[in-house]
Ligand binder design. Structure first.
Ligand SMILES: [Zn+2]
Ligand SMILES: [Zn+2]
Length: 173
């Protein structure tokens, strides 16, 4: 928890949830080590993900943290070496018995076992592709070197996403 709070900046129920998710993975380190072969797929970008980055070392920079914008407290982990996969999902009633103040709720969560608040399922090994690195070309509007797969073409110009949006917006007014 300390490590997670240091990284995240404050203590909160979200961090406690991330700590419990991480705890499950660490307790199963024969299946899921915390090396680069571990891939985390998270379905939210809330406080819990900071705990997972701090404790398990799955980060955006290393490419082993993948964010899906689904707004769910679901966390899937893949081990690229032994092809194990597990999905950890917050149960819908896990907050039912917990006190309502933030501090008490954080404390209460930390006293529970991962198995108490999560549904834990073995799933098929089906990790997202590793992010490839593409060459960059220059945006004709702002001059920023931009990964070629993110360039949009408009009237013969190569545009980065923000420039493309700005031009589309101003031309539609
Ligand atoms: Zn927080
Ligand atoms: Zn641009």
């Amino acid at each position: 928890m300390k490590k997670a709070v240091n990284f995240h900046g404050h203590s909160c129920p979200g961090v406690a949830i991330g700590v419990l998710v991480s705890k499950y993975i660490l307790e199963h380190d024969n299946e899921f080590s915390t090396d680069e072969e571990l891939v985390a797929v998270v379905e939210n970008d809330n406080c819990s993900v900071d705990a997972i980055q701090a404790i398990l070392g799955t980060t955006f920079g290393k490419g082993n943290l993948i964010y899906l914008d689904y707004g769910k407290n679901n966390y899937t982990f893949y081990n690229r070496t032994n092809k194990k996969a597990v999905k950890i999902s917050l149960k819908s009633r896990s907050f039912g018995d917990l006190p309502s103040s933030k501090e008490e709720r954080t404390e209460g969560l930390l006293r529970t076992k991962p198995e108490d608040i999560f549904r834990i399922q073995k799933v098929k090994f089906n990790p997202p592709e590793k992010a490839e690195i593409y060459e960059s070309i220059i945006c004709d509007e702002c001059g920023d070197p931009t990964m070629i797969t993110r360039i949009k073409e408009d009237k013969g110009k190569n545009l980065c996403i923000p420039c493309y949006k700005r031009i589309k917006k101003s031309s539609s007014i």
